[in-house]
Design a protein around this ligand. Sequence first.
Ligand code: RIB
Length: 333
Amino acid sequence: MATIRDVAARAGVSVATVSRVLNGNGYVNKETARRVRRAIQELNYRPNMVARGLANRKTGTLAVILPDIKNPFFSELARAVEDTARTGGFTVIFCNSDDLGSREKSYIEVLRQKYIDGIIIASNTLGEADVAYINDNDIPLVVLDRGPGVGDCAVFRAKNADGAKMAVRHLLDAGCRKVAHIAGPEELVTARERLKGYREVAGAFPWFDESLIVPGRFSVEGGKEAVRRLLERHPDVDGIFAGNDLMAIGALKALQRMGIKVPDQVSICGFDGVEMTEWTEPELTTVAQPIYEMGAEATRYLIDRVRGKAEPKAVVELDVRLIQRGSTRRGAD
Ligand code: RIB
């Protein structure tokens, strides 16, 4: 295995010059740089990323910490991050936190010791002290979807409350006379913002009651259980806004198992816009987050931060859009 010394000897330069060519910092004249690159190619030299990290604290690696890579929202987000990072010349390490603060903290410590260049995290437990610790270790930080807007970090998230209002108004425009909400976990800011949007619209109607709000844990099973509880309480509900697509899919399955026709008897609208919503029958109407755009924009921002070209602090709220499909069309084709 060729070393940096072998490359220097082959190119007739110092180790420091080879290092400058590898790290793209400091001046090297064109001819010398060409000789170094040729020697790297001829010797098939592969720099030791950890050693490089020790030398200049840069490893060309970003880390992404997500709650649950199985959830299609996060896997679609991860795809965008990796594509954009690769285009920017960075590799990516993915970490699954299951929304556990202890696991997030241990990942952050391991990544700090490996001189990670930057961190993207979707977290519900990251606190001000955690952000300060990451800042104190000069690790650029971008928070996605959920998480604190505190300290030196940039937050990229969707306009959740606006999207929820859009969903409820669409169900009412589609002819629904009583709209319920399957809510995500109340400890997640995204779920709370969508619940707030639902209440702002539905709360204005005489039929509204708090018992029209049922928890669904952002999961398919949670959506199924929620529908059963909801229809026991309110058999006349004819519209359901689910706080994410997985719960909407669960609700759809439960209604169909109960012999209830969607959309003719009950219309359903989800939130996220994951690809899976196209696979159901009928296909799901949903409020789509710009998932790929959010992941790509956040990654470009982080790379700029790593290169010292972006401010530490920013809040970027991205627009959502309604995608109307068969689960809310009445008297459909
Ligand atoms: O489906 C997972 C949910 O958690 C999404 O709505 C996303 O916004 C995240 O908050």
